[in-house]
Write a protein that binds this ligand. Structure first.
Ligand code: SF4
Length: 167
């Protein structure tokens, strides 16, 4: 299955805990004023790549703690991303994802809900320029949440991710 990507960063320390392999998805519908990455908005931009090629990148990454799905809006391609997150989990890697949708909105979408089953940390919500705060870990504005997806799914309510309990 093909995935439309904007780019790949082999090792990042700012897109979730630890060193992470980051896949930037192409295409976003949220149009947040002040977006840090407007080049990723065009749904027909970037380039298409087979998901198998992205999975190959996992073999080459030796130092990473996990992968991060960023963007763009990763959940627009939720179905196509499933094999990638499954492969990451099989290799003992953690999965972080960004989304302009809130956790509860994603749960209501079938393909997004399926992808959530493999995500550990979700950074959710649109970027709001008036709430921009450079001191926040992993996110741009104070309205955005760090969601512990596994605990949230187990407990049936949205649970905040605690860095102290980080994997
Ligand atoms: S969701 Fe992210 S990529 Fe999309 S417009 Fe908002 S800040 Fe930009």
């Amino acid at each position: 299955m093909k995935i439309r990507i904007a780019g790949i960063t082999p090792e990042s320390v700012v897109d979730g805990p630890g060193i992470r392999l980051v896949f930037f998805m192409q295409g976003c519908v949220h149009d947040c004023p002040g977006c840090h990455n407007p080049a990723t908005h065009d749904l027909t931009g970037g380039r298409e790549i087979d998901v198998a090629e992205l999975i190959d990148q996992l073999q080459e990454a030796k130092l990473i703690r996990g992968i991060t799905l960023s963007g763009g809006e990763p959940f627009l391609q939720a179905e196509a991303l499933l094999p990638l997150v499954q492969a990451a989990k099989e290799r003992g890697l953690t999965v972080t994802a960004y989304s302009g949708y809130r956790f509860e909105e994603l749960q209501a979408k079938t393909a997004a809900a399926a992808l959530l089953q493999y995500i550990d940390l979700l950074i959710d919500g649109r970027f709001i320029q008036e709430q921009r705060d450079l001191k926040l870990a992993f996110r741009g504005s104070a309205n955005q949440r760090l969601v512990d997806v596994m605990k949230s799914l187990q407990q049936g309510q949205t649970v905040a991710w605690q860095e102290a309990n980080a994997w």
